[in-house]
Design a protein around this ligand. Structure first.
Ligand SMILES: Nc1nc2c(ncn2[C@@H]2O[C@H](COP(=O)(O)OP(=O)(O)OP(=O)(O)O)[C@@H](O)[C@H]2O)c(=O)[nH]1
Length: 387
């Protein structure tokens, strides 16, 4: 591909090569049958409200950062490759628990299976946020190399999935449509790429002016779109101008583990990027329970009242009549909302349940009542109340 000139005439050929390459990469990275792809020492159980992975070259200070943020000891030393497996720690922040994983440093060529790269990447794929730890005193190129390695294995950092509808069919050939003029791909190129994947019947609809790579991503269907914060560590050893320049880059935070500089900003940034939402419950006639929030995630599952109810107990939703919401998502306090209402961070919710269903009591009259999560679980254990 590097030897091929890029022009209109070679466009189809290049597109085909890209598809071939993507196909081979997928084969290369397929975990052996019967394993999750993580391997020895890497299979850490998910814990808490979100998972954050530390990715970086050796000796950039990942272990030092884990120890500082979580209190968990991870071996840190001035020589490379001190961390050889995945070491988990827990960050307690804003009443939520966030799992932080220290991973071995990855090196160039990790995507081709060099070093422990493959396992590290498998863990990174399972996380909600990647912290790419970089050494502020080293070359800027490190960020590109790491991003390249992660891209090569199907991780897309700070991107959203392409707006392309793609569905394989059994018959009917390929139907190709777009809702706007396309400048990077055309029908013929898409046909060729689909042909490369031996797909002869499918429906394709471009809803944005996507590139060939985007289209291949959609066909492969196994890409992972993860948010990433670039953490420049060791700012104590570089000049103020460099610090200023690095800090102004998008999604970047500058820190120093040695001097404990800017760690609070890093935590705030992590919180913001993870899109976690704390919702406090309020039993009727009582003060809200501010000791333990229900933590929802905008990425994982969403933050509607429905998600909130499902989080407490999956059978709760059918009993909900309406909810009262206090907080920034409410137009007035309290606002009476339905289950599709979207909750925001630090909202307080009171659930008002429907009258008991007919089959629960049968003969009597039933009062509508409210309940908090504690009472729901108590009720679950008991037989339905008869009045
Ligand atoms: N000057 C300076 N040195 C630091 C800072 N943070 C960490 N270091 C040093 O960098 C070295 C490497 O730190 P580690 O935490 O072991 O790095 P790592 O990324 O976990 O390394 P591997 O386990 O090899 O992947 C240690 O000698 C630390 O003392 C910092 O903010 N400033």
């Amino acid at each position: 591909m590097a030897r091929t000139q890029k022009n209109k005439a070679t466009e189809y050929h290049l597109g085909q090569l890209k598809a071939k390459l993507a196909k081979l990469r997928t084969q290369l990275l397929e975990p052996p049958k019967g394993s999750s792809g993580a391997g020895d020492g890497f299979e850490v159980t998910k814990f808490g409200h979100g998972r954050v992975a530390l990715i970086g070259f050796p000796s950039v200070g990942k272990s030092t950062l884990l120890t500082l943020l979580t209190g968990t000891h991870s071996e840190a030393a001035s020589y490379e490759f001190t961390t050889l497996t995945c070491i988990p720690g827990i960050i307690h922040y804003n009443d939520a628990k966030i799992q932080l994983l220290d991973l071995p440093g990855i090196i160039e060529g990790a995507s081709e299976g060099k070093g422990r790269g493959r396992q590290v990447i498998a863990v990174a794929k399972s996380s909600d946020l990647v912290l790419m730890v970089l050494d502020a005193s080293k070359s800027e190129g490190h960020r590109q190399i790491l991003t390249g390695e992660l891209e090569a294995v199907g991780l897309r950092l700070n991107k959203r999935p392409p707006q392309i509808y793609f569905k394989k069919k059994k018959t009917g050939g390929i139907s190709f449509n777009s809702t706007l003029p396309l400048t990077h791909v055309d029908e013929k190129l898409c046909y060729q790429i689909l042909h490369e994947y031996k797909i002869h019947n499918a429906e394709v609809l471009f809803k944005e002016d996507a590139s060939v790579d985007d289209f291949i991503d959609v066909i492969e269907g196994n890409r992972k779109y993860i948010k990433c914060v670039y953490v420049y560590n060791k700012i104590d050893v570089v000049g103020i101008d460099d610090v200023d320049r690095l800090a102004r880059q998008p999604s970047s935070i500058v820190i120093s583990c040695n001097l404990k500089l800017n760690l609070d900003r890093l935590l705030a940034k992590m919180w913001e990027e993870m899109g976690l939402v704390r919702v406090y419950t309020k039993p009727q006639g009582q003060q809200p329970d501010f000791s333990e929030p229900v933590v929802l995630s905008t990425d994982r599952g969403g933050c509607s009242v429905e998600d909130f109810c499902n989080h407490i107990h999956r059978s709760l939703l059918r009993d909900v009549k309406y909810v009262l919401v206090w907080g920034s998502s409410a137009k007035h306090s309290p606002q009476r909302c339905g289950t599709s209402h979207m909750l925001r961070d630090e909202d307080v919710v009171q659930i008002v349940k429907k009258k008991e269903r007919e089959e629960d009591g049968g003969r009597g009259r039933f009062k509508s009542h409210t309940t908090g999560p504690a009472r729901i679980s108590d009720r679950e254990k008991k037989a339905p109340l008869k009045t």
